[in-house]
Design a protein around this ligand. Structure first.
Ligand code: NDP
Ligand code: GDR
Length: 339
């Protein structure tokens, strides 16, 4: 069989980088879409070097997507690109809809016109359940999104269903619950906690300011979740799957575990700051991945305490390394300082 080709949007993000690694291990040719930015965004995929190919395009730009799909003729397309930070979706609701909602249609149109046989994975989200009407949530649970991000993901989800049903394309959505890793962006709560714990442990900070400590999430480990994305595209028939651990924990519990792992008491450092509260929050999410377990043989390999430990250990090492270089004293700003 000839080498299969995968096209990944969002390859510079957390999931894109793990998925690229996984598909390379499986022998795929991996092509990633990157958008034009004025500074480098490829930190998470730098180590993959020339093993992956990168092409410029943007989910906002139909022509570039069409040209790429036509040129690459992928066997599989993974649409991971999105404006993915929920708070930003209230600040930039129109942009969020353009990228996270309409961007899906643009990519599906490109596939329909230029490579209709490609199998397409759409990154749907547990945020579509929002103010969930039942617990735990599965593929049959009604949706009730609570943010412009959640609404945009729901549009992406339904347009994917519609391309599957209207054109007979192999389009599938993974309804993924929160999944984290040392590559998680520092604005998301788990990484915000693990990174600040590391800075406090190294004596660089004293405080961690957070919003809703009672919000509960079903947190898994990102490398486990990209395996599920691939498995969904290998089925005989396309359908959507919930991917989750089935356990739920509060933000407060995450803090308690993370600080304790570094030998600290979270109550001495965590401050609730109303600036981090959302206009509407999702209070409780927990997924039921029984269908994925049955059909895909998918199971998480990392549990909650282990996930917290992996993230805190990685950030302790990162801050120690920054300190030893003496370069930036672990400044949490992702923007490099001038020399
Ligand atoms: P990240 O925020 O880490 O990555 C988002 C990616 O999208 C980045 O590569 C970013 O590029 C790219 N992107 C943003 N806007 C555009 C655009 N206009 N055109 C092209 N690319 C763009 O997200 P994750 O890796 O965490 O998540 C992957 C996907 O899964 C997202 O769609 C997210 O909404 C969804 N999801 C994530 C979950 C999670 O817990 N992580 C759970 C459920 C769903 P750049 O580097 O240039 O910013
Ligand atoms: P979420 O992730 O909104 O679930 O979306 P996030 O980590 O941002 O928030 C989780 C919960 O933590 C509470 N919280 C805080 N969140 C942030 N970011 N910062 C804080 O200071 C803070 N304090 C408390 C939030 O209120 C929330 O309840 C993620 C993204 O990856 C989406 O793209 C994805 O679709 C969903 O997960 C599943």
């Amino acid at each position: 069989m000839s080498r299969r080709t995968a096209l990944i949007t969002g390859i510079t993000g957390q999931d894109g980088s793990y998925l690229a690694e996984y598909l390379l291990e499986l022998g795929y040719r991996v092509v990633g879409i990157t958008r034009r930015t004025s500074s480098h965004t490829g930190g998470r995929i730098e180590h993959l070097g020339e093993r992956i190919e990168l092409i410029g395009a943007d989910l906002l730009d139909q022509t570039s997507l069409l040209a790429i799909v036509d040129q690459v003729q992928p066997d599989e397309i993974y649409n991971l690109a999105a404006q993915s930070f929920v708070p930003a979706s209230w600040q930039q609701p129109v942009l969020t809809s353009e990228v996270t909602a309409l961007g899906v249609t643009r990519l599906l149109e490109a596939a329909r016109i230029a490579c209709p046989s490609a199998r397409v994975y759409q990154a749907s989200s547990s945020e579509m359940f929002g103010m969930a009407t039942e617990t735990p949530q599965n593929e049959r649970t009604p949706f009730y999104p609570r943010s412009p991000y959640g609404v945009s993901k729901l549009y992406g989800h339904w347009i994917a269903v519609n391309y599957r049903e209207s054109y007979g394309m192999f389009v599938t959505s993974g309804i993924l619950f929160n999944h984290e890793s040392p590559r998680r962006g520092r604005e998301f709560v788990t990484r915000k906690i693990s990174h600040r714990v590391a800075r406090i442990a190294h004596g660089l900070d004293r405080e961690l300011r957070l919003g809703n400590l009672d919000a509960r999430r079903d947190w898994g480990y990102a490398p486990d979740y990209v395996r599920a994305m691939h498995a969904m595209l290998q089925r005989d028939h396309p359908r959507d799957y919930v991917i989750a651990t089935g356990e739920t924990h509060s933000v407060g519990e995450f803090c308690a575990h993370a600080f304790a792992h570094a030998g600290l008491d979270w109550r001495e450092h965590v401050v609730v700051d109303p600036a981090f509260l959302r206009p509407a929050d999702v209070e409780l999410l927990v997924g039921d991945a029984a269908d994925a377990r049955r059909d895909l043989g998918w199971r998480p390999t990392v549990d909650f305490p282990e996930l917290v430990h992996i993230m805190v250990d990685a950030d302790l090492a990162l801050v120690a390394e920054e300190l030893s270089r003496g370069s930036r004293l672990g400044d949490p700003s992702p923007i490099p300082l001038l020399p």
